[in-house]
Design a protein around this ligand. Sequence first.
Ligand code: SAM
Length: 186
Amino acid sequence: MADLYLALLHHPVYDKTGAVVTTAVTNLDVHDIARMARTFGVRAYYVCTPVDTLRRLVARIMRHWERGPGATYNTTRRDALALVRLAPELDAAIAEIEDETGHLPRLIATSARGGPDRLSFDALRARLDAPGPPVLLVFGTGWGLAREVMDRVDDVLEPISGVGPYNHLSVRAAAAIMLDRLRNGR
Ligand code: SAM
C-alpha cells in the first residue's frame, strides 16, 4: 500500500474577495483531522502555517496531550495527536516525506470546485491500494487553495457532491467523507 499523508494549508489560500491570505490555525482542525488520520491509517498530518507563533501554539497543545496532563486524561486523543506534524509551508512537508520514505510524494489537491481531468475517488483508492510513491492529500482553509498550489499539484481530486449545486463543506467534513471513501469505498 502507498503511504497516505495529509496537509492542511493556511497559506496560500483565498479570502472571500479572492486575495491570497494566511488564515488562523483552529484547534478543531488540528484535533478532528488528527483523529481522522488515526482512524483511517494516515501516516502523518501536516498543519502548515508560516506563522511561527501559531506553530508554537500548536506545538504546545500537542505537548499537553502527548506528555502533559492530557496524556493520561484522554489517551485516544494522545494517539491521534501523535500523527500531527508542523510545517511552515507545503514544501517543508514534501521534503520531510521524501526524507522519510525515499520518494517525492504525489501531490493531490482537494477542492469543492469541479473541473476537467479531476482524479476520481476510485482511481485514487486504487493508487493507494497498490505499492507506489507516497500520496500527499492537500486541503485548503479560508476560501480554498490558491492557484499557485492548484497549478503545481499532480492531480486534483474530484469534489464531493451534494444533492444540488451547493457543496461547500468544512474542511473537517470534507476530510472525513474523503477518507471513508478512499479507505472503505463508501
Ligand atoms: N472555514 C471553512 C471550514 O470551516 O473548514 C474552510 C472551508 S475550506 C475552503 C474547505 C476545504 O475543504 C477546501 O479547501 C477543500 O480542501 C475541502 N472541501 C470543502 N468542500 C469540499 C467538497 N465539496 N469537495 C472537496 N473538497 C472540499
